[in-house]
Design a protein around this ligand. Structure first.
Ligand SMILES: *Cc1c(COP(=O)(O)O)cnc(C)c1O
Length: 378
């Protein structure tokens, strides 16, 4: 069976787990966490990055940092993972869903302005598949309407839009290091703080609402409860795992690029013959090589394709049932038909097996079987 995803084991992974345990610092913010924060700050060229327990929690931190509350609205795509929305729904704010572009499947920036009203506080964008949203237009709209921008960059670490790294545009951005992402420690994430005014409060919120980080830096002589907060620190054992993956960044990214390019090159003719669309990457975007997806002609063919591969021991998966058509989306007043592009592409999309340790032979097996699939007729 060729799985959809397989966790990658980095050369130093077990060494670092052992070091964390033997070093007697397995709670949060130990030496490995500090190295991971530094790696992220250097890689992105940002002033502050903090590891979190996962990307979901990093997103929750953004909603706290922006003081989102009941009565506020947040502009967001419906074609995303639930955590992008739950982050501010937990604070009482409401999602204002905007449809996606049919080319990149990112939020359609041309529809954002019409969704803004006096309750709008922020725009949460998702760089789907690590291909940048139209950040020039989005930052311009945000500036003109005095809105905060948060980038859910779970897919997009090291991707670029017009030469600038994803995660460096909004006041805040989040990363995921879940098992299925390019870099992983099983469950992990990070918050990127680009607005210098939010750095201190981010540390406080992440440390249970206390100014403990300042205390440890010797800036104050005792720490206390100064704000709301929670505990968003991963164990230093997990930070060790993550650092071992970060140290393989060059290998991981070049391996994923090679897998992506091979799929694209070898499936091109078959896709044309079968009215299947391959991912579109604008020439001013450098993608992060997070995933490889196909857009099948329709839902019926997509389901038949997934079944066809499964019967031949290959696991391919669909992605993102639109959130506005889910029970919670309906609770917020949405229904099927509201976002036609999101609904159509969600029905058509299928993700192919794609992981750091995928061998050439495994990928060739997947490709060979796909090449025998006919979209029309049985
Ligand atoms: C994976 C993912 C998340 C959540 O990440 P966790 O680290 O599992 O909490 C959030 N948003 C998007 C777009 C994701 O793909």
């Amino acid at each position: 069976m060729i799985p959809f995803n397989k966790p990658y084991i980095a050369p130093k992974e077990f060494d670092y787990i052992r070091q964390a345990i033997e070093g007697n610092h397995i709670s949060g913010d130990g030496p490995f966490t500090k190295k991971c924060n530094q790696f992220l700050e250097n890689a992105l060229g940002v002033r502050k990055a903090l590891l979190t327990t996962n990307c979901t929690h990093a997103l929750e931190m953004t909603a706290l940092l922006l003081n989102l509350e009941e009565g506020d609205e947040v502009i967001v795509p419906s074609f995303t993972f639930v955590s992008t929305i739950n982050a501010f729904v937990l604070r009482g704010a409401k999602p204002k869903f905007v449809d996606i572009r049919p080319d990149t499947l990112n939020i359609d920036e041309r529809l954002i302005e019409a969704a803004i009203n006096e309750h709008t506080k922020a725009i949460y964008v998702v760089h789907y598949a690590g291909v940048g949203c139209e950040m020039d237009a989005i930052m311009d709209i945000a500036q003109r309407h005095n809105l905060q921008v948060v980038e859910d960059n779970a897919h997009g670490f090291l991707g670029k839009y017009k030469g600038r790294l994803l995660g460096t545009f909004g006041s805040l951005a989040t990363q995921s290091f879940h098992e299925t992402k390019n870099f992983s420690c099983g469950e992990g994430g990070a918050i990127i703080i680009n607005n210098p005014d939010m750095v201190e409060r981010a540390e406080i919120i992440r440390e249970k609402g206390t100014n403990r980080s300042r205390f440890f830096r010797g800036q104050i002589d005792k720490y206390s409860w100064v704000d709301v907060g929670s505990s968003y620190l991963p164990s230093d054992i997990l930070a060790g795992v993550l650092l071992s993956h970060f140290e393989e960044a060059e290998f991981i990214q070049s391996k994923r690029k090679q897998l992506w390019d091979t799929y694209a090159a070898q499936l091109g003719d078959w896709a044309l013959e079968n009215s299947v669309k391959l991912p579109f990457i604008p020439d001013y975007c450098e993608q992060s090589y997070h995933m490889f997806y196909l857009l099948m002609p329709d839902l019926e063919i997509r389901q038949r394709f997934i079944q066809y591969l499964k019967e031949r021991d290959i696991l391919a998966v669909f992605h993102y049932v639109p959130l506005h058509t889910a029970d919670m989306g309906q609770y917020f007043g949405y229904q099927a038909g509201d976002l036609p592009v999101t609904e159509e592409y969600s029905d058509r999309l299928v993700r192919l097996p794609f992981y750091n340790s995928m061998s050439e032979a495994e990928q060739q097996q997947v490709i060979n079987i796909i090449l025998t699939f006919k979209a029309q007729g049985r």
